[in-house]
Write a protein that binds this ligand. Structure first.
Ligand code: ATP
Ligand code: MG
Length: 432
C-alpha cells in the first residue's frame, strides 16, 4: 500500500511531462484520502464526477479553479448581500464547504501552478501579512513600499497597521496625523473598520494605528475575531497587514489569517533565528487552533488528535512530542484517520521568506538554506524564499524624510528588488 501522502513536486512535474493524463495520481492515495477527495469533487463538480475514476485521473488545476469560480459566484455571501439572512446563512455554509473542497484539491498540484489561482480572480481580494523578526528589521517600510507598488500597478490596495503596540506605518506613507485609526474601531467609537480608512498621497489607503493609547495592544479574543472578520470584508484587491515583531497570539493570528504570509529577516543570526521561531510559533498556533472558530475547516473537535497536538505544542511532563515529524508518525500509527488532515494543514502552511538589509549577496544563500532546512526537518514546512532587499542609506533617509523609497527612487536598487520580490511572490505587477 502506498504510504506517502504528499506527492513530491518533481514527481508531479514528471507525470505532467511524460503523459497527457495522469496529473492526479489517484493510484498513490490511501483509501481515506481518496474518500475525502471524492467528497471534495462532489461539492465542486457533482456526485457522479466524484465516483468516476477516469474523471479524477484527468483532473487538472484549471478544472478545479474553474469549478470553484463558478460555484463561488453562486454561493459566496458577499456576492448576495441583499438576500434575506437565512438564505445568506445557507449560502455561507455551502460556500465554506466549497472553499474547503477547493483547498483540498488545490493542494495536490505544484505550488507554482496552483498559485492562489482561484480566490483572487473571483473576489479580487488577497490578504498579505508581513511579520517575522522583531525590532527594526524593515517590516513596516517593506509593507508600505509594497502597498505603493501594488497601488501604482492599478490595484486597490489597503495597508493596515496591526502593530497595535508600536504603530508607525502611517509615517512611512508620509502621514503624520491620523484623523481616525484602528483604535477607534477596536474601542467601538467607530463601528465600521472601513470608516477609519484614509487615503494617502502615495496611492494606497491606510488603516493606521495609535499605540500611544493606553492598552492599545491588549485586545480581547472577541475583539480580535471581530477585527479579523472585518478585515476579510474590506473591498480591495490587496490588503497588506503590517505586524508587530513578536510572537504573541494576536500577531500570530493576524499572520495566519492572511492568504500570503511574508516572514522577514536579515542575515544576522539573531534575526534569522527569530524569523524561524516566528514560523514555528505560527505553525504551532495553527495546529492548536485547528478546531477553533477562526479555522475555516469548521471541524468537530477530535479529542485524541487535540491531545496529541497539545503534547507537542504545550508539553507538560514526560510524554512530550519532540517535533512535527514525531507528531505525524504518532498520528500515522495511532490515528490514521487524521493523517490526511494533518498533511493538509502542513501543506497549506507556506510562509514566504524575504531577507532585508543585505549588504553582501553571497551571505543570503547560506541563511536561506539554514532556515529552509530546519523548517523542513523540524516543522515539515516548506519555506519559499522570494528575494532579498539591499541595505541602503537612502532607505534610512526615506524613513527620516517620510518619503517612501519607491516614490523617491522608483528605479533604485531597493525598488527594483521589491518589484522582483512582488512578482516572485505572485502579486500582479508588471516588470519595471
Ligand atoms: N533596506 C534597508 N536599508 C537600510 N535601512 C533600512 C532598510 N530597511 C529598513 N531600514 C531601517 O530600519 C528602520 C526600521 O524599519 P521598520 O520600522 O520598517 O522596522 P520594523 O521591522 O517594522 O520594526 P518593528 O518591529 O519595530 O515594527 C527604518 O527606520 C530604516 O531606517
Ligand atoms: Mg514595524
Amino acid at each position: 500500500m502506498a504510504v506517502g501522502i504528499a506527492i513530491p513536486t518533481h514527481l508531479l512535474r514528471m507525470y505532467r511531462k511524460e503523459s497527457q493524463f495522469p496529473v492526479f495520481p489517484i493510484q498513490n492515495l490511501e483509501d481515506d484520502e481518496l474518500r475525502r477527495i471524492r467528497i471534495a469533487c462532489a461539492f465542486l463538480f457533482s456526485p457522479d464526477h466524484a465516483k468516476d475514476d477516469l474523471f479524477l485521473k484527468n483532473l487538472r488545476l484549471e478544472h478545479v479553479t474553474k469549478a470553484f469560480r463558478e460555484k463561488a459566484k453562486r454561493y459566496h455571501p458577499d456576492l448576495h448581500r441583499h438576500e434575506p439572512k437565512d438564505m445568506l446563512e445557507k449560502r455561507k455554509e455551502r460556500f465554506i464547504k466549497i472553499r474547503a473542497s477547493y483547498d483540498t484539491l488545490k493542494n495536490y498540484f505544484p505550488p507554482e501552478d496552483s498559485h492562489e489561482s482561484g480566490d483572487h480572480a473571483v473576489f479580487s481580494r488577497r490578504i498579505i501579512a508581513v511579520g517575522g523578526a522583531k525590532g527594526g528589521i524593515g517590516k513596516s517600510i517593506f509593507a508600505a513600499n509594497l502597498g505603493i507598488l501594488l497601488s501604482s500597478a492599478g490595484h486597490r490596495t489597503v495597508l493596515v497597521d496591526l502593530d497595535l503596540g508600536g504603530a508607525n506605518l502611517h509615517l512611512y506613507l508620509g502621514t503624520t496625523a491620523l484623523p481616525s485609526c484602528i483604535n477607534d474601531f477596536l474601542s467601538k467609537r467607530i463601528p465600521r473598520l472601513e470608516d477609519v480608512m484614509i487615503s494617502t498621497r502615495y496611492g494606497p489607503h491606510l488603516i493606521g494605528g495609535d499605540s500611544s493609547q493606553f492598552g492599545a495592544a491588549n485586545i480581547s479574543f472577541a475583539t480580535k475575531m471581530k477585527l479579523l472578520r472585518s478585515l476579510k470584508q474590506i473591498d480591495a484587491d490587496y490588503i497588506i497587514l503590517d505586524l508587530g515583531g513578536d510572537t504573541s497570539y494576536n500577531i500570530v493570528d493576524f499572520f495566519l489569517s492572511a492568504d500570503t504570509g511574508i516572514v522577514m529577516a536579515t542575515c544576522d543570526p539573531a534575526a534569522y533565528l527569530e524569523a524561524y521561531n516566528f514560523i514555528k510559533v505560527a505553525l504551532y498556533r495553527k495546529l492548536n487552533r485547528l478546531f477553533g472558530e477562526e479555522s475555516d475547516l469548521g471541524l468537530e473537535k477530535d479529542a485524541e488528535l487535540a491531545n496529541l497536538i497539545t503534547r507537542l505544542t504545550r508539553p507538560n511532563g514526560s510524554d512530550r512530542l519532540a517535533n512535527i515529524m514525531e507528531l505525524r508518525d504518532r498520528i500515522r500509527q495511532e490515528q490514521p484517520r487524521n493523517l490526511f488532515l494533518i498533511n493538509q494543514l502542513l501543506r497549506s502552511f507556506r510562509p514566504k521568506l524575504v531577507l532585508n538589509m543585505v549588504e553582501d549577496q553571497s551571505n543570503t544563500d547560506s541563511v536561506v538554506w539554514r532556515i529552509r532546512e530546519v523548517a523542513e526537518k523540524m516543522l515539515c514546512t516548506k519555506v519559499d524564499f522570494v528575494g532579498s532587499l539591499p541595505f541602503e542609506t537612502e532607505i534610512k533617509r526615506s524613513a527620516r524624510d517620510l518619503v517612501p523609497a519607491v516614490s523617491r527612487a522608483p528605479r533604485g536598487f531597493y525598488s527594483m528588488s521589491l518589484n522582483h520580490i512582488a512578482r516572485t511572490a505572485g502579486f500582479e505587477i508588471q516588470n519595471p
